[in-house]
Design a protein around this ligand. Sequence first.
Ligand code: ZN
Length: 321
Amino acid sequence: MQNLLALTLADETPAARQGEGPTFHWKWSWRGLLELIPFETSERSLVLSAGIHGNETAPVEIVDLLLKALFTGDISLRCRVLVVLGNPPALAQNKRYLESDINRMFGGRGAQFPQGDETARALQLENSVREFFATAGPDRWHLDLHTAIRASYHVRFGVMPQRNQPWDESFLGWLGDAGLEALVFHQSPGGTFTHFTCENFGALACTLELGKALPFGQNDLSRFTPTHLALRALLSGNKPEHYSGTVERYRVVQQITRRSEAFQLHMAAHTLNFTPFRHGVVLAQDGDERYEVQKTTEYVLFPNPSVAFGLRAGLMLEKLT
Ligand SMILES: [Zn+2]
């Protein structure tokens, strides 16, 4: 069962659907979904997901290495884990998605998209996570691993879903030790996987953006070392090594939405994530609607003029002091 990735890509069902590893019971429940329950009782439950976007392969390779280390006994498991490879058909084709972006569909938002394999998969992921957290204690984490489409002033960063309760500083500290250089705090709900687990199950959840997307086999995994090591420590119930550097914090102040064919994003195609724009600059236009920088300085995140109508073409951020 250490070959979850290979099975998932080939769409094969394992000969046995459950069994034992060196320090845990495992259960394969569906394509790309593997639950590991340690023999030792454990307080923490972790959803570890990757490949929600099928072309973001480096984190999938890291999860594959972690599973191999667990099954050989190199890592002793000390927390409950649900491993999720999010969009297997898209992973097999190295595409972000085949029809629609799964990471906009959570919390029932799949109903707004053409119905197909990806809307069905979003529901299946929701159900698997609900079942996993149903028997979990209060210590719940969800780390959703991604790589960004474009280059960025912060090489690795985390996007935090809107949360009504304060964030646990030890969770934010762990994210810093995992090599994240910045954390972005959403102020409103969204259709992401992490928003779903945070809102419905109280999970401390973060979407980790770990560098640039490349096809399987072309990733330089050494660039992911701090994250890889922090995940190894997390699985084995240890504190990660402290990773140097301050973690900048940002909050979302406006969303740019593409609503029509007339939409124009006034940014160069190669604009880096976290590029600053000064007060008054016109960022985008969509017919009569104009998006301008409201604060003294705002920083752009995920600019993308070619999204489907009604979806996010970019986020504008304010730095927190
Ligand atoms: Zn992604």
